[in-house]
Ligand binder design. Structure first.
Ligand code: HMG
Ligand code: MG
Length: 331
């Protein structure tokens, strides 16, 4: 017979939950999904993807109901050649009312490029481990923060909103364990600079639910849940379990990538973002609204697969929804 190691699921006498246990009875009514496939998804693809293909993908995502989409990166085209057409892509699309198109921005030059094409939002990024930050941006953590101390206020003055990513929070491919106090300190500084939200990244998909709970308890002890988002990679199959822990602890913002495409080019083994379809399927099954039409999202995943030209890993993308409708059966 199984032995319970901990008193999971029990309630205190006043009805409150003990110590953040998972009982699925305090899920939020709705969540916001920030779609990263056009950026995080495509940045890792070696074969060139046409501008028209990228445009088609973004339009399919908008049609599915996604209202926050990371379109591209205004990073060095030498570092990420796949996204060298950032200007052309941004100029070829007009965000419909209620849809925000954002882009990754590493420095003042990136901000200027994003501003020149009229984007209303950018996302700055750094890692909570020195080695990954250097490999990814050629800067120390402190140098990145100094750069953002100029970029974030400049973006705000220009009337833009700024989101931020902190990567390798759950672990670094070069350094292993990462001290949560370092990630928390970086997050605090990004919020003080004026970023409206910080997305905490499990860049290489090593996180497990108990680790997620402990990490989030540290963060939520001092930061409002609305200022945090979770960015999971499903490299080891734990992304949804980690997302569920986040939901239980009151985080309502999740990054995801259609059909599970993506990874960080400077984080070996970072394959596979949490697939948007997998997240939406789980949320729908639990009665949590995301505003996304799952059938149309599955169609967007097919567009991604066609445009990228290879089979993509998302589970719902491959298996379809619970009830197969004529249009969603694979030929
Ligand atoms: P650097 O080589 O140190 O840059 O790169 P530099 O400032 O010394 O400049 C060198 C050259 O790059 C100059 O050109 C600059 O003008 C140019 P040159 O004079 O030699 O002709 N340059 C730029 N060009 C276009 N746009 C720019 C730009 N900046 C400089 N913005 C840099 C430093 C940060 C630019 C570089 O390291 C870089 O672009 N890194 C980005 C790498 C990247 O995009 N990685 C993937 C995204 S992060 C991620 O995936 C994690 C995340 O998804 C969350 C998670 O999963 O945890 C966010
Ligand atoms: Mg990522």
């Amino acid at each position: 017979m199984a032995t319970h190691v901990k008193d999971w699921g029990s309630k205190a006498a006043d009805g409150t939950l003990k110590d953040g246990v998972l009982v699925l009875d305090r899920l939020p009514a709705e969540v916001s999904i920030y779609e990263v496939s056009p950026r995080d998804g495509l940045q890792n693809e070696a074969a060139p993807i046409s501008l028209e293909g990228k445009r088609e993908l973004v339009l399919a995502l908008i049609a599915a109901g996604l209202t926050r989409i990371e379109l591209t990166s205004f990073v060095s085209p030498r570092w990420v050649p796949q996204l060298a057409d950032a200007e052309e892509l941004a100029q070829s699309l007009r965000a419909p009312s209620g849809v925000v198109l954002s882009a990754l921005c590493p420095n003042a030059k990136g901000l200027e490029r994003a501003r020149a094409v009229g984007l209303s939002e950018v996302a700055v990024f750094l890692s909570s481990s020195e080695t990954h930050n250097r490999k990814n941006t050629n800067k120390s953590i402190e140098q990145s923060l100094e750069t953002f101390a100029e970029v974030v206020p400049a973006a705000l003055v220009a009337g833009m909103r700024v989101r931020a990513y902190v990567s390798t929070v759950w672990g670094c491919p070069y350094e292993g364990q990462v001290d949560p106090a370092v990630s928390l300190g970086i997050t605090r500084r990004l919020l003080e600079l004026g970023c409206y939200q910080v997305s905490l990244g499990d860049t290489i998909g090593v996180g497990t639910p108990l680790q997620t709970r402990e990490l989030l308890k540290t963060f939520l002890g001092e930061i409002e849940s609305s200022k945090l988002a979770l960015h999971f990679h499903d490299t080891r199959g734990t992304a949804l379990a980690n997302a569920l822990v986040g939901l239980e602890l009151g985080v309502c913002d999740f990054d995801a990538s259609v059909a599970g495409v993506g990874g960080c080019p400077y984080a070996p083994g970072a394959a596979g973002n949490l697939a948007t379809e997998d997240l939406v399927y789980m949320l729908e099954g639990m009665g949590v609204r995301s505003g996304i039409d799952l059938d149309l999202l599955i169609e967007a995943g097919r567009v991604a697969e066609r445009v990228i030209g290879r089979r993509l890993p998302g589970k719902v993308h491959q298996a379809g929804p619970r009830i197969l409708r004529a249009a969603s059966v694979r030929p």
